[in-house]
Design a protein around this ligand. Structure first.
Ligand code: MN
Length: 259
């Protein structure tokens, strides 16, 4: 996509942290650096961890927050579908941007992510789509200024290069101030840096409840992976695709099942 085309593009912005999230404002700032035609269709409530889920047994209600800004009682996937197929049907978006998520979306965790799913859905609808996430540390302010310093340039560069229709782009920003960013690395989906755990607690009335948590995990660093790049202070740019087929195993099994 040429710089002229990007400047004239209609951009759809969504996220999974919800319509009130500071990261949404950061992404609107990034989108506005690319084009003046920015629409926002984002979930009413936080949908982090919603993955690529789709609401099929409840109504989707869209609240018009202001001109070209809608909050939807649904998932990021619902938002992109409703935007492209209905709210913006007379003049569809040319680009879908999702984020900026509070926290990274890297390695195997991309499958849980509603932020990634926003870009997945854009990709399924044939639109160039990019997900953005900002690394942070608990109990510290999120460095949104790092995302806004690099987001538009990264988007312009990847859009200029282009990619096949079944591919979308996953961008993560490191947890350092913009001036300390080492550079931009094109990476592969890396190896999960932690494991899942269930924390059991007792409520004030004596009932047990459980919370999904995580534990630091032993893992082998993939030097070309997204996790390594973010740890080293680089912006990570990973092209992802929706085809989950493992080709080597497919070939092995095909030989196994051959007559
Ligand atoms: Mn989120």
């Amino acid at each position: 996509m040429t710089p002229e085309k990007i400047a004239r593009a209609r951009i759809l912005v969504t996220n999974d942290d919800g319509i009130h999230a500071p990261g949404l404002e950061a992404l609107v700032e990034i989108a506005s650096q690319l084009s003046k035609d920015v629409w926002i269709v984002a979930p009413e409530a936080n949908q982090s961890g919603a993955g690529h889920s789709l609401s099929i047994s409840k109504p989707l209600r869209a609240r018009e927050v202001s001109d070209r800004k809608f909050a939807v009682e649904g998932t990021p996937t619902d938002c992109v579908l409703l935007a492209v197929k209905h709210l913006m049907k007379d003049h569809k978006p040319d680009i879908v941007l999702s984020g900026v998520n509070r926290g990274t979306n890297m390695s195997d965790d991309v499958t849980y992510s509603g932020t990634i799913a926003g870009a997945m859905e854009g990709c399924l609808l044939g639109l160039p789509s990019i997900a953005f996430s900002q690394a942070f540390a608990y109990e510290h302010p999120v460095k949104w200024a790092t995302a806004t310093a690099f987001g538009a340039d990264v988007a312009r560069k990847v859009l200029a290069a282009g990619w096949p229709l079944n591919v979308f782009i996953n961008v993560n920003f490191p947890n350092v101030v913009a001036s300390a960013v080492k550079g931009i690395k094109v990476t592969r989906q890396g190896v999960r840096a932690f494991g899942s755990s269930i924390v059991e607690r007792i409520d004030p009335r004596g009932g047990h409840y459980y919370w999904n948590s995580y534990t630091p995990g032993e893992h082998e660093d993939d030097p070309d992976g997204d996790v390594s790049a973010i740890r080293a202070g680089y912006v990570s740019v990973t092209p992802l695709h929706l085809d989950l087929t493992h080709d080597a195993t497919r070939k092995k099994l095909a030989a196994e099942f051959a007559d």
